[in-house]
Design a protein around this ligand. Structure first.
Ligand SMILES: Nc1ncnc2c1ncn2[C@@H]1O[C@H](COP(=O)(O)OP(=O)(O)O)[C@@H](O)[C@H]1O
Ligand SMILES: [Mg+2]
Length: 250
């Protein structure tokens, strides 16, 4: 089967610092892949390279077998790659519904003006509501995003990405800063939405309970390099991973 996402020798240097080094990985359709590694290992940079926010200094990104390395982030989004950020990235002064609608319209980019008119607005509102419903946020559609509790703001950001109806969803530390209760609820909703929408997910996560609970396979980054990959039980038993982690988890 052609992987949904593949990276080949992917690298990114910042001056003398090699933040991501020669990373080759393949994510199959429907998979839930976790990327773990100590703070500064290059996880967020890897997401920037896959989503097109940063250009690599070496290597390639393939999506559905097509080389998308030269495409900017909006074009990759239109192909089916959506993401969230480690730092919550919503529009606090817009309503919950407006946030989701903006996400849908960002994906459409300039194109939505071509088809234009009221039908497009209705369609984007419908997708936005549909996604908010999946995340239990529909009853607060008209609330300002800034008034949501932190956990719901994190969920809103995931709902915005899902409203774009991606094939591949990249989640950068979705449970960061959440209470144990909110973490459990977020894990449950990610699992359900992934199944309902047949999403392929790559998730950066520091909470090992979440990782071992959710992931089909785990990739381990250390100083930018992929040092291990396998099922949760394989990773748990991997000596190199345990050594890399003696310095503490991100
Ligand atoms: N824009 C940048 N300019 C310079 N160095 C950066 C930049 N972004 C990230 N880095 C560095 O690259 C390394 C990897 O960072 P990052 O990908 O954020 O790691 P992680 O998400 O695993 O904590 C770190 O040493 C970080 O300081
Ligand atoms: Mg990071």
């Amino acid at each position: 089967m052609t992987p949904l996402l593949e990276t080949r020798g992917l690298g990114r240097a910042f001056g003398a610092l090699q933040a991501v080094a020669d990373v080759s990985l393949a994510v199959q359709p429907g998979e839930l892949r976790a990327v773990i590694g100590p703070n500064g290992a290059g996880k967020t940079t890897l997401f920037h390279l896959v989503s097109g926010l940063l250009a690599p200094t070496s290597g390639r990104v393939l999506f559905r077998g097509d080389d998308v390395t030269a495409l900017a982030a909006p074009a990759r989004c239109r192909r089916g790659i959506s993401r969230t950020f480690q730092i919550t990235s919503i529009f606090p002064e817009l309503s919950v519904l407006e946030n989701a609608r903006v996400a849908v319209q960002l994906k459409a980019g300039g194109n939505f003006r071509l088809v234009g008119g009221r039908g497009v607005l209705d369609a984007s509102a419908r997708r936005a509501r549909d996604s908010l419903g999946s995340f239990g946020l529909l009853d607060r559609a008209d609330a300002l995003a800034s008034t949501l509790p932190h956990g719901d703001q994190r969920l809103l950001e995931i709902a915005m990405a899902v409203a774009q109806e991606p094939a591949l969803l990249l989640l950068d530390e979705p449970t960061q800063g959440l209470s144990p209760e909110d973490t459990a609820a977020t894990v449950a909703v990610i699992r359900r939405v992934a199944r309902e929408r047949q999403l392929t997910i790559v998730l950066v996560e520091h909470d090992m309970d979440v990782v071992f609970d959710l992931a089909d396979r785990i990739s381990v980054l250390h100083f930018g390099e992929l040092i291990a990959e396998g099922t949760p039980s394989e990773i748990r038993a991997n000596a190199a991973v345990q050594t890399a982690y003696l310095g503490g988890l991100d």
